[in-house]
Design a protein around this ligand. Structure first.
Ligand SMILES: [Zn+2]
Length: 66
């Protein structure tokens, strides 16, 4: 049964959607941002999370660096 959860990439910390059991999922999905394989316990398809919340978070992170 497909399920989805949301979390950061363990490598580059970008917000990702972890879609388990969907078409195109596999046991060694690559982060769409840094292209590093993320180890998972179930077949997973990774999608970038382009929600407004993550956009706002990125904007704040950029401001902090200045
Ligand atoms: Zn990444």
């Amino acid at each position: 049964m497909p399920s989805a959860w949301f979390g950061p990439c363990p490598h580059c910390n970008v917000s990702l959607s972890y879609l388990e059991g969907v078409t195109g999922s596999n046991m060694s999905p690559k982060c769409p941002s840094c292209h590093v394989v993320i180890s998972v316990s179930r077949a997973t398809f990774l999608a970038a999370d382009h929600s407004r919340l993550s956009m706002a978070y990125k904007a704040r992170a950029l401001v902090k660096r200045k």
